[in-house]
Design a protein around this ligand. Structure first.
Ligand SMILES: [Zn+2]
Length: 76
């Protein structure tokens, strides 16, 4: 595992960690998409979306208003 990570730059790694450890989690709205918890922007850009796991699906967003990265959870 460490061998595979050897070639990844520190910067890339930090971005990945940011992506994974988004502290803010909001509910995903079918109508408004990911709504920013800070500035209430709707339909924030999706940077990554996960598969359905059981009845929940996670998406990662970056707000175009304030730049916040956050995660939304959609439940079926
Ligand atoms: Zn925002």
């Amino acid at each position: 595992m460490l061998d595979a990570l050897k070639d990844i730059s520190r910067e890339t790694l930090r971005q990945l960690v940011d992506e994974i450890q988004s502290p803010e989690v909001v509910d995903y709205s079918p109508r408004d998409g990911g709504v920013c918890p800070v500035c209430s922007s709707k339909k924030c850009r999706i940077t990554a979306s996960g598969p359905w796991i059981g009845s929940a699906r996670e998406r990662f967003h970056k707000c175009r208003g304030c730049g916040l990265r956050f995660k939304s959870v959609e439940t079926a």
